[in-house]
Design a protein around this ligand. Structure first.
Ligand SMILES: Cc1cc2nc3c(=O)[nH]c(=O)nc-3n(C[C@H](O)[C@H](O)[C@H](O)COP(=O)(O)O)c2cc1C
Length: 185
C-alpha cells in the first residue's frame, strides 16, 4: 500500500468482525510509533496491549463506549512526561501531547496498511482506566485503541474540509492562490 492510499483510506472503525488479528502484526504497528519525532529526543510514550476479555469489557465501561467490547485487543497509549518537563518546563507538556499525536498517526497508518481496524478513543474516565491497568498516578493516559478487523469493509471517504478554507498565504486569513482542484475533493 502506498502512503497516499494509507492516508486517504484510514478511518475510524467501530464495528469489528469476530476474526482475531495476529499478535505480531499489532506489535509491528506499535513499533512504528518509535519512529515519530520527539522533542529533544525524549521518547515519552508507554504502551499497554490488553487481550484479556474481562479487562477489555471494563475498559469499554470506563469509556462508556460499548463497541470497544467487540475488539480483540485494546492498545492503551500513555505518556510519562517527567523528563520532557524537566528539560522544557511547562512547554514540555505541550510537546508531550504533540509527539503523542505524531506517534499515534504512525500507528493508525500502519494499522491501515496491515488491513486492520481501530478507532482513536479519547473519551474515558482516567481514574478507572488507571485502576484497571495498574497505571501509576503520574502517568497520563492519552488514548485507547480497540483493534480488530472491520466488520464490513466498504468505505468511501467524504472529506468535509476544503483546503481553500484552511490554507492561507503569507499571513493568517489571506487566501491568495487557488489550490489545485484535485486536492479539493
Ligand atoms: C483526540 C481524539 C479523540 C477521539 N475520541 C473518540 C472517542 O472517544 N470515541 C470515538 O468513537 N471516536 C473518537 N475519535 C475518533 C473521531 O470521532 C474520528 O476520528 C472523526 O469522527 C473523523 O473520522 P475518521 O477517523 O473516520 O476520519 C477521536 C479522535 C480524536 C483525534
Amino acid at each position: 500500500m502506498d502512503l497516499d492510499q494509507a492516508i486517504q483510506q484510514r478511518h475510524s472503525v467501530r464495528k469489528f468482525s469476530t476474526k482475531k488479528p495476529k499478535w505480531d502484526e499489532i506489535i509491528e504497528c506499535i513499533n512504528s510509533m518509535r519512529y515519530a519525532p520527539t522533542a529533544g529526543g525524549n521518547f515519552t510514550l508507554k504502551f499497554i496491549l490488553v487481550e484479556d476479555l474481562d479487562k477489555i469489557k471494563k475498559l469499554a465501561e470506563a469509556a462508556e463506549q460499548p463497541f470497544i467490547e467487540n475488539a480483540k485487543f485494546v492498545l492503551v497509549v500513555c505518556s510519562k512526561i517527567d523528563r520532557l518537563v524537566n528539560a522544557y518546563g511547562e512547554r514540555g507538556k505541550r510537546y508531550a501531547k504533540q509527539q503523542a499525536g505524531a506517534a499515534i498517526e504512525n500507528f493508525l497508518l500502519k494499522i491501515e496498511e496491515k488491513g486492520l481496524a481501530t478507532c482513536w478513543v479519547g473519551h474515558f474516565v482516567d481514574s478507572i482506566v488507571k485502576e484497571i491497568l495498574n497505571i501509576p498516578e503520574e502517568i497520563e493516559v492519552e488514548a485507547l485503541f480497540p483493534i480488530g478487523y472491520e466488520l464490513k469493509k466498504k468505505y468511501t471517504r467524504q472529506l468535509k474540509i476544503d483546503l481553500d478554507n484552511v490554507l492561507y498565504f503569507e499571513k493568517y486569513g489571506q487566501k491568495q492562490k487557488k489550490v489545485p482542484k484535485k486536492l479539493n475533493v
